[in-house]
Design a protein around this ligand. Structure first.
Ligand code: HEC
Ligand code: HEC
Length: 188
């Protein structure tokens, strides 16, 4: 019987819609958000989501060297664009540590009018901001979920030689995000 049910679930898996997903309760949602928060505020993520106008570097999130600034589009100042140093992929490990990482999306940080600050926010503030379209770049929950698959985010699990990836696995991060969403995005 158990095997039969399993086969049935697998057979129907492709057409399952969000509304058929099991609901998560408030408490599960809060626990799940704590894992999500720990990822958002990990250096690999928050270094591009600072409170000021300079990106950050390293596990101690120090201010980016060479006076790099956000610039009018989040792509740096003229002559100091992010892509001057950051290429379309992480350079090979043979170059060693402290080499600028790269990304298929064109390395950049959020625009000045939508800074999407993660650094220094309490769990409550981060949670409220995350789900507020006025402060998250106009994204509804579906758009936010899609964004989690974008190269800039996925990079956090493949950050280039000598840099520690986000310690929570990407699968767990996405699963916890979805639990939080199914619980109705509760905030601590
Ligand atoms: C290289 C810089 C960079 C890194 C690294 C980065 N982000 Fe972002 N992030 C951005 C930019 C830029 C945006 C704004 C949307 C865009 O332009 O793609 C953004 C937007 C977001 C958003 C949607 C807006 C919001 O605040 O709700 C989420 C969620 C997000 N990032 C999560 C992450 C996570 C999780 C990581 C680490 C695994 C990460 N980011 C690492 C640059 C970065
Ligand atoms: C003059 C070259 C240069 C420019 C311009 C530049 N970077 Fe960097 N960046 C680097 C180097 C080199 C590193 C690696 C530092 C290290 O690993 O110690 C780096 C690392 C980073 C990191 C750290 C990744 C991590 O988690 O430790 C982020 C984030 C970053 N840069 C964002 C930006 C953004 C955003 C821009 C444009 C606004 C930019 N950089 C422009 C040279 C540059």
């Amino acid at each position: 019987m158990r095997y039969f049910l399993f086969a049935l679930v697998v057979a129907c898996g492709g057409s399952k819609t969000a509304s058929e997903e099991p609901k998560a309760d408030h408490g599960q949602g809060l626990v799940a958000f704590e894992t999500v928060r720990s990822v958002l505020q990990h250096p690999r993520c928050q270094n591009c989501h600072p409170a000021g106008d300079a990106p950050l570097q390293g596990d101690d999130s120090h201010v980016h060297q060479q006076n790099v600034q956000r610039g009018p589009e989040g792509r740096g100042m003229v002559g100091m664009e992010c892509t001057t140093c950051h290429g379309a992929a992480n350079p090979s490990a043979k170059y060693g540590e402290h080499i600028p990482p790269g990304n298929a999306d064109g390395w950049h940080m959020p625009k000045p009018e939508e800074k999407l600050v993660f650094v220094g926010k309490s769990s409550t503030e981060l949670c409220e901001q995350m789900k507020d379209p006025k402060r998250n770049g106009g994204k509804d929950l579906a758009a936010l979920r899609t964004h989690l698959d974008s190269p800039l985010v996925v990079w956090g699990w493949n950050p280039g030689f000598g840099r520690a990836p986000v310690p929570v696995s990407r699968d767990v991060f996405v699963a916890e995000w979805e639990t939080w969403a199914r619980a109705g995005t509760p905030c601590p």
